[in-house]
Design a protein around this ligand. Sequence first.
Ligand SMILES: Nc1ncnc2c1ncn2[C@@H]1O[C@H](COP(=O)(O)OP(=O)(O)OP(=O)(O)O)[C@@H](O)[C@H]1O
Ligand SMILES: [Mg+2]
Length: 202
Amino acid sequence: MIKTIAFLSSDGGCAKTTSAHLLCLGAVWNAVEAAFIHTDNKAPITINRPYHYFDCRAPEQLVSKVNEILNSGIPGVVVIDGGAGRKGNDEWFSKKTNLIVIPVDLSQGGVREAISTSLLVTKNGGNFVFIIPNCPSENSMGKKDKWFIGEIAKNGPVAARIPPIKSIRDLDEDDVDGQFITPQTAVNKAARNLYTALSLYW
Ligand SMILES: Nc1ncnc2c1ncn2[C@@H]1O[C@H](COP(=O)(O)OP(=O)(O)OP(=O)(O)O)[C@@H](O)[C@H]1O
Ligand SMILES: [Mg+2]
């Protein structure tokens, strides 16, 4: 059965878009068909990935496209890049998706916004997990980072930590000359790990 997952947070720049692409890639590397749904107000990018990419910036496009995919009977995952702070959308996502993923930036504001997003999701009857993108390894982690992770874990499950990866930024950029270039090993590994970790929750 097809699953829908939305990456959501009222915190700008917490890695929603990057992590949503990473999940699509992880699905594909697990032989699962994936669709990336672009909903924020940034210009769509030109890609030729092994997953689908749909421009659904208008709310009515979002609803009809997601319903169209759901009715198509294709087994796989629909990954919605929810953008930040569009209240109407956030409520719709909470009600209609199998899982809401809230990426957390390890900072005071990042933790606060992630928790406030999780409360909104719960209020609207949604299931959520947190993930921590760009997360230092246990050895190189500072005291503050550990404290932030502890605070987050008090408010809900932390499903995955994604390590800092420089080349990950290519995921939310145009594919040069419309060619998909297989990402570096670190990206592929993080993609597979993210897919496996999140699939335990949907
Ligand atoms: N695991 C990671 N390692 C290193 N850099 C990362 C990682 N994940 C995300 N980033 C970087 O963090 C920055 C913000 O990521 P991204 O654009 O995905 O955030 P966003 O939540 O979608 O932002 P916005 O709210 O503006 O839509 C980007 O420069 C991205 O390359
Ligand atoms: Mg984004």
